[in-house]
Ligand binder design. Structure first.
Ligand SMILES: [Zn+2]
Length: 279
């Protein structure tokens, strides 16, 4: 499988950063931001002073061409080596995981189908990861995602972590908002500044007042289930608030003061993620 990557080397040794775009094919801000930066590096408008930057503009080539999230299954739920791949995304994962060899940091750029702030995921509390994530300037940092997947969390972040690299996923904003590309672009620059790979004046200083959220629950969709309203990501849910109702009338309530995380309002399929809660 041919997945193009772009490699830029600084004049001095330094960290190796891997940047991923379009792990989900309909999330085009990452590819656009990567191409913008690649053009500037080629024109030497921005000069990499140290380290090595590898960027993969489009990780899921077929889904990107079709403008769909995935072809057979969610690439960011099967991100590991598969000895006997049974789907297009498992074959993608086999190729993409090769690119992780030698990477010190991995930045995976995403966008979402609803409006909302930019946020990063942090899978552990290591100083190195927290410093990296804060330097990217997200409005919110979401912890403990992997705890909701006890059967195994097969995301790019967890794969990076399994190799001893520092990895995060950044949700840069709504798929269709042109500003999302700017957020993705600034995010890559801030990563490069933090790692000492480009001069610090290349990008504005990050917002350091990120809200920290800890994931508490994951709810999978069941046929006939209804959300109590068209929730927005990060809506506040006081303890006792009815969040959704199942087909048999059972109400799902917030057990404690919580925030709604990534509600999926349409195209729900039984057994797939519906929404999450965090505190
Ligand atoms: Zn995504």
């Amino acid at each position: 499988m041919d997945i193009p990557k772009l490699v830029f080397k600084g004049s001095k040794p330094g960290p190796r950063l891997l940047v991923l775009g379009a792990i989900h094919g309909n999330e085009t801000a990452g590819p656009a931001a990567i191409r913008r930066l690649a053009a500037e590096l080629e024109a030497r408008k921005i000069v990499l002073t140290a380290g090595e930057l590898t960027m993969v503009p489009v990780c899921n080539q077929k889904a990107y061409r079709q403008n769909t999230r995935y072809v057979d299954e969610n690439l960011n739920r099967v991100f590991r080596k598969h000895s006997d791949p049974t789907s297009y995304e498992q074959r993608c994962a086999n190729r993409l995981t090769d690119f992780f060899a030698g990477a010190d940091y991995v930045l995976d750029l995403h966008s979402q189908h609803v409006d909302g702030q930019s946020y990063c995921f942090a899978q552990n509390n290591s100083r190195k990861l927290l410093d990296f994530v804060r330097a990217l300037g997200p409005e919110c940092i979401i912890f403990d995602w992997a705890k909701l997947y006890p059967e195994g969390d097969f995301t790019t972040e967890s794969y990076a972590e399994s190799l001893g690299a520092v990895g995060t996923t950044v949700e840069c904003g709504n798929h269709t908002n042109p500003k999302t590309v700017d957020v993705a672009y600034d995010t890559i620059l801030r990563a490069l500044v933090h790692l000492g790979m480009i001069p610090s004046e290349s990008v504005s200083k990050p917002n350091l007042e990120a809200l920290n959220l800890y994931m508490t629950k994951k709810y999978d969709f069941q046929a006939g289930g209804r959300l109590a309203k068209a929730w927005q990501h990060l809506d506040y849910l006081p303890a006792g608030a009815v969040v959704a109702t199942l087909e048999d009338g059972t109400e799902i309530k917030a057990a404690e003061d919580s925030y709604m995380i990534l509600p999926k309002l349409t195209d729900n399929r039984p057994g797939e993620e519906w929404f999450y809660l965090a505190v």
